[in-house]
Design a binder for this molecule. Structure first.
Ligand SMILES: [Ca+2]
Length: 246
């Protein structure tokens, strides 16, 4: 079924014989629609491989779905709002040409392989959204804002309690816990706050990402004090915070 510009309200696409809906050179709004059990179990539900804006508002895309939305967009926009997509392979897949906008708000994305796969778009905003146990891949996005996402940590924080020995200035705090494999430490902001008298006395302190096992992946956080904290047991406390900005 191919749409060339319309609003689709309250439709039920169960058992669509083609297994997919094409949107090409058009603006299509799907509101309150139910997409499930496509006849083809290896195809896409919504395909937007040409110029074409797609709004999915208050829709369900579940039960037997392989790909949810597959977009190879050019000068197009994809908005997914109040929508649940549960796909056996990829819930949302967008590989653009550097000039698309994708916004996903207050939705649930579950994919057997990827919950979300985004590459080469202009702007990505994801907020108040729940991911499943699939992977998330986001690359080559010029502007990006991710907030209030369940099951995908782009921010993390913690408290490290250490013991000074009067000579050590550089301490391993913990792993950062971000759901991102960090190979470029310039993509992560690391902040820390000294939170005990001996930590404050040895400050200023800076925190930074560290590749403890030298495998090219920065999995840890370290703190470096200007002077060695005093000797003691659990006398050096640091509050740390990390944010992925890649
Ligand atoms: Ca490593």
């Amino acid at each position: 079924m191919t749409f060339y510009g319309c609003k689709v309200e309250g439709c039920n696409y169960a058992d669509d014989p083609n297994g997919c809906v094409y949107v090409a050179y058009a603006r299509v709004i799907f509101h309150g629609c139910d997409f499930l059990y496509p006849k083809s179990t290896t195809k896409y539900v919504i395909v937007a491989d040409e110029q074409g804006d797609v709004w999915l508002d208050s829709c369900f895309m579940t039960f037997g779905i392989y790909y949810g939305v597959h977009a190879k967009m050019n000068y197009s926009r994809l908005f997914i709002v109040n929508t649940h997509i549960h796909a056996t392979y990829r819930a949302v897949h967008v590989v653009g040409q550097g000039n698309n906008n994708v916004r996903i708000i207050n939705s649930i994305l579950y994919g057997g392989e990827y919950d979300l796969y985004i590459d080469n778009i202009l702007e990505l905003i994801v907020c108040d959204t729940q991911f499943g146990s699939g992977k998330v891949y986001i690359a080559n996005v010029s502007r990006k804002k991710l907030s209030q996402i369940t099951n995908y940590n782009v921010v993390n924080n913690g408290v490290a309690t250490l013991s000074g020995d009067g000579t050590t200035t550089d301490f391993l705090l913990s792993e950062h816990g971000l759901d991102v494999e960090v190979t470029d430490p310039t993509k992560v902001i690391v902040k820390c706050t000294p939170a005990s008298p001996d930590a404050i006395a040895a400050s200023p302190v800076v925190c930074y990402l560290s590749d403890e096992d030298s495998d090219g992946v920065y999995e840890s956080i370290r703190a470096k004090f200007a002077s060695a904290p005093a000797s003691g047991t659990d006398n050096v406390k640091i509050v740390w915070e990390v944010e992925y900005i890649g």
